[in-house]
Design a protein around this ligand. Structure first.
Ligand SMILES: NC(=O)c1ccc[n+]([C@@H]2O[C@H](COP(=O)([O-])OP(=O)(O)OC[C@H]3O[C@@H](n4cnc5c(N)ncnc54)[C@H](O)[C@@H]3O)[C@@H](O)[C@H]2O)c1
Ligand SMILES: [Zn+2]
Length: 366
C-alpha cells in the first residue's frame, strides 16, 4: 500500500492507495476512533457495485452504517439533494460524533463533503473515491460544494476529510470515457510540476490505459503527492494552489458554452491545456516541442485537443472566460508553462492577446 500524507497541522490526513482497500474501510475508520453511527453517501452506479462491501466492512468493525443513494450525475450536486441528505441523516439520528463516508466519484465527494461540512456545523468525513478523477484530484484538498443554476461549485466550503481511501480495484468498472477524462488531470500534474512523471506517462500510457495495477498505483500516488504538496502550502487558494487550474480557465468556459454534459470535465480541460500550452509558447517561452508533446500525449490518451466553434459560440466562450469565478478585477489570470514540469500562475494577459493566441485550437467555422 502507498500512503501520501496531506500536511495541514492538526487537520492532517492520509491518502491510502492500493487494490482491495474497500474491505479495509471499517478497520481504517476504527483506527481513527470515529463515532459508532455513520452514513455512506453514494450514487446509483457506484452503490449497486460497491455499497455492500463498504457497508459490511463498517458493520464488521462495529459501526452502525446507514446508506444514502443519490442519482448518478452532476445534477445530484444540488442544494435539493443536500436537503434530502440532511433529512435522512437526522432520521437516522446521526449526531456530532457520527461521520459520513463519501463513496463515489467527484460528484458524490463534493456533495457528501459539503453535507458533512454543514450538518450539525460539521461532522467528520472519509473519502472513498471511485473514479480516476476523484482519486487524483477531487477527493484530496478539501474543496467541497454544490452547483447553483447560475454556475458550477458556487456554494461550498474548504473542509478536509479525515482519510482518503483509494481502492484501485474500483477503477476496473469505470467506463472507458470516464477513465480517459481522469487522465486529463493526471497529465496536468506532469505539466505543472513533474517532467519525469510526464515522460513516464508518455512511456507507460498503454499500460495505464490497460489499467495495470502497478502503473496505476505509482501514477495515482504521484498525482496525490503533488496535490498534497500544493494544498499543504496553500490550502485556501491564496496563491500557489492556482497552478492546479492549468488549462481550466478555457476548459471551464468551454464546459459552460457547450452546455454542461457535452464534454466531460477532463475532456474540456484537455482542450484547455492544449490552448494554454499554445498561449504559453507565445507568452512564457514554452518551447514548441513541449507544446507538441502535450498535445500528442493528451491525444494518445484518447482526449479531444481541439474544438470547432462558430463565431457566435466563440464570442460566448470569451465572455464565459471573463465571468469565471476565479477572475478578479476583470483581468483574466492564466497559469502558463515555461517548460514541461514548470508553470507560473497569476499571469495577467490582456484579452486582445488571448484570442489570436488561441486560434490554432479554437479554429473558427462559419
Ligand atoms: N473538489 C475538488 O477539488 C474537485 C476537483 C475536480 C473536480 N471536482 C468535481 O468532480 C465532479 C466530477 O467528478 P467525476 O469525474 O468523478 O464524475 P462523477 O462523480 O459524476 O462520476 C462519473 C460517472 O462514473 C460513475 N462511476 C463512478 N465510479 C465508478 C466506478 N468505479 N465504476 C463504474 N462507474 C463509476 C458515476 O456514477 C458517474 O456516472 C464535478 O462535479 C467536479 O466539479 C471537484
Ligand atoms: Zn479539473
Amino acid at each position: 500500500m502507498r500512503t501520501v500524507s496531506v500536511q495541514l497541522g492538526n487537520r492532517s490526513y492520509a491518502i491510502k492507495i492500493a487494490p482491495g482497500l474497500l474491505n479495509q474501510l471499517g478497520r481504517e475508520c476504527a483506527r481513527l476512533k470515529l463515532g459508532a453511527r455513520c452514513a455512506i453517501i453514494t450514487d446509483t452506479n457506484v452503490g449497486k457495485r460497491y455499497a455492500k462491501a463498504a457497508f459490511n466492512s463498517l458493520a464488521t468493525a462495529g459501526f452502525s452504517p446507514s446508506l444514502i443513494v443519490v442519482p448518478a450525475g452532476e445534477t445530484a450536486k444540488s442544494l435539493k439533494t443536500v436537503q434530502i441528505c440532511y433529512d435522512l441523516l437526522a432520521e437516522h439520528r446521526l449526531e456530532r460524533k457520527s461521520f459520513i463516508v463519501a463513496l463515489g466519484g467527484g460528484v458524490v465527494g463534493d456533495l457528501a463533503g459539503f453535507v458533512a461540512a454543514t450538518y450539525l456545523r460539521g461532522i467528520e468525513f472519509v473519502q472513498v473515491p471511485t473514479t480516476l478523477l476523484a482519486q487524483v484530484d477531487s477527493s484530496v484538498g478539501g474543496k467541497v460544494g454544490v452547483n447553483l443554476k447560475a454556475g458550477k461549485n458556487l456554494v461550498g466550503a474548504f473542509y478536509q476529510p479525515r482519510l482518503v481511501l483509494c481502492d484501485l480495484d474500483t477503477l476496473g468498472t469505470l467506463p472507458v470515457r470516464e477513465f480517459r477524462a481522469g487522465l486529463g488531470e493526471v497529465i496536468k500534474y506532469g505539466i505543472i510540476s513533474d517532467a519525469k512523471l510526464f515522460a513516464r506517462l508518455e512511456r507507460d500510457l498503454p499500460k495505464l490505459l490497460r489499467r495495470e495495477s502497478k502503473t496505476l498505483a505509482d501514477v495515482v500516488a504521484r498525482c496525490c503527492e503533488i496535490k498534497a504538496e500544493v494544498v499543504g502550502q496553500d490550502e485556501m487558494e491564496g496563491g500557489l494552489r492556482a497552478i492546479l487550474n492549468f488549462g481550466h480557465t478555457i476548459g471551464h468556459a468551454l464546459e459552460n458554452v457547450s452546455g454542461y454534459g457535452k464534454y466531460l470535465h477532463g475532456e474540456a480541460i484537455s482542450i484547455g491545456q492544449v490552448a494554454a500550452a499554445g498561449l504559453s509558447q507565445k507568452i512564457s517561452g514554452l518551447p514548441a516541442r513541449d507544446v507538441l508533446r502535450i498535445e500528442n500525449l493528451l491525444q494518445a490518451a484518447g482526449l479531444p485537443v481541439e474544438v470547432k466553434l462558430n463565431p457566435a459560440r466563440r464570442k460566448k466562450l470569451f465572455a464565459a472566460m471573463r465571468h469565471d469565478k476565479k477572475v478578479s478585477g476583470g483581468e483574466i489570470k492564466f497559469v502558463l508553462a515555461t517548460q514541461i514540469g514548470r508553470v507560473q500562475f497569476g499571469c495577467q494577459i490582456p484579452a486582445a492577446l488571448i484570442e489570436p493566441a488561441l486560434n490554432l485550437q479554437l479554429s473558427t467555422i462559419n
